[in-house]
Design a protein. Structure first.
Length: 119
């Protein structure tokens, strides 16, 4: 199982970034996918999530109206489009795959990609 994030970097306030997460080794289209982030000295927080089948989305208040999560089940990829970035968005962003079935829970994480918003 692998989740590999990419697309992070340094961006000025007001800029945009598109994060990607390439998944392999599991049935991607069955999994609930999400992005989380962790800033230095702070706890990890959910940024956005998307269901496996219908593609329904959910966002933390901090990202509503600025972030868009999407998935391509044919390509086993997850994306996070981030617009109008703010310094407080600076964090390591992690991709997560989650599936609970038959009393078992499958939970996978990527290694993270650094997003730094600074002038």
């Amino acid at each position: 199982v692998q989740l590999v994030e990419s697309g992070g970097g340094l961006v000025q306030p007001g800029g945009s970034l598109r994060l990607s997460c390439a998944a392999s080794g599991f049935t991607f289209n069955s999994y609930y996918m999400s992005w989380h982030r962790q800033a230095p000295g702070k706890e990890s927080e959910l940024v956005a999530a998307i269901t496996s089948a219908s593609g329904s989305t959910n966002y933390a208040d901090s990202g509503k109206g600025r972030f868009t999560i999407s998935r391509n089940n044919a390509k086993n990829t997850l994306h996070l489009q981030m617009n109008n970035l703010k310094p407080e968005d600076t964090a390591v962003y992690y991709c997560n795959a989650d599936l609970s079935v038959g009393g078992y829970k499958f939970d996978y994480w990527g290694q993270g990609t650094q997003v730094t918003v600074s002038s």
